[in-house]
Design a binder for this molecule. Structure first.
Ligand SMILES: [Zn+2]
Ligand SMILES: [Zn+2]
Length: 312
């Protein structure tokens, strides 16, 4: 039973609902959208809620450790809308075995690889070799600057040492992501901040590596990707054009509803510029206004399908 006040409130909400639903409807991006960088959420429905809220067609679930049952549940609830990658602690001796099994179980890549090791160290080199052997891409988080005290660094040495890795693992498909990858689009970056701002100086390491190495791709997710593409509109338009076959949209968004509710970039005071916003929506909006519809469609849809060898 509800009382009169509750009844009137319910009527008022119902009357307002169609209007709100319309204003709040998921955006149409003019292209289907594949979110390469979406961390698996514990509640199956939470995964789909973000996609639907942000106007995302398909998402790639990034998982760590045993995840097959959860992935299957999410895929069963929304057939055709989720692929998945798996990661595993690269310092553990059974990492190769676990990741090989994940690929046998249907994982289409390794990632996100985010560990406190060097990018050219033995732990990750084992994974680069295995990714080539299994013919799956490997997605790496590169970070040299703490977001909060004592966070530590991840896959270190990108600017100095990653070119040698690309050269010595030509059969491995690498997908670069996170702060150090994106900050190094500018030639004058020296690890002074996680998210540098201001005009981009041409000739940055990342820009050069994307041009020179066919086995390197860029994942545009998170505040890092969004920040990099927000710095210098003229550079951005040219960068998207030049690397149109090498860039992949991803969100790395933690918001609950694809509309910015909750924390979009958890635990990260450095990403305050995107607080209260959905990273997927923000980056899709930015990409759409920065390039042509043809290039936009490649970056948000076509390239990922080619890379994962799945039908679009
Ligand atoms: Zn990451
Ligand atoms: Zn979001």
């Amino acid at each position: 039973m509800i009382n009169r006040r509750e009844f009137l409130e319910a009527v008022a909400v119902a009357a307002a609902a169609p209007m709100l639903a319309h204003q709040d409807s998921a955006p149409d991006w003019g292209s289907p959208v594949f979110d390469l960088h979406f961390h698996l959420r514990p509640q199956p429905a939470g995964n789909l809620a973000h996609q639907d809220g942000a106007g995302v067609t398909k998402a790639n679930l990034l998982t760590r450790g045993p995840a097959l049952d959860q992935v299957k549940a999410v895929q069963a609830a929304a057939p055709g809308r989720f692929t998945w990658f798996n990661s595993y602690d690269v310092t553990k001796p059974d990492a190769e075995q676990a990741l090989t099994q994940a690929v046998k179980d249907g994982a289409q890549g390794f990632g996100e690889m985010k560990f406190h090791v060097a990018a050219d160290g033995p732990e990750l080199r084992r994974m680069y070799a295995l990714a080539a052997e299994l013919r799956v891409p490997i997605l790496i988080h590169f970070q040299e600057v703490d977001h909060f005290p004592n966070e530590g660094t991840w896959s270190t040495g990108f600017a100095k040492n990653f070119e040698a890795v690309l050269r010595s693992h030509p059969r491995t498909t690498f997908i670069g992501h996170a702060d150090a990858f994106w900050a190094n689009i500018s030639e004058n970056y020296r690890n002074e901040s996680a998210y540098p701002s201001g005009p981009v100086k041409r000739g940055g390491v990342t820009d050069r590596l994307l041009a020179d190495y066919p086995n390197l791709f860029g994942d545009m997710s998170a505040n890092s990707g969004n920040n990099a593409m927000s710095r210098d509109p003229e550079f951005t338009a040219d960068f998207l054009k030049r690397h149109q076959d090498k860039l992949l949209f991803g969100s790395d968004c933690g918001c609950t509803d694809g509309r910015g509710t909750g924390a979009s970039q958890a635990n990260n005071p450095g990403a305050a510029r995107i607080a209260g916003k959905c990273v997927a929506r923000e980056t899709l909006t930015l990409l759409k206004r920065s390039t042509t519809p043809e290039i936009f469609q490649k970056i948000v849809w076509g390239n990922a399908h080619k890379l994962l060898r799945i039908p679009a």
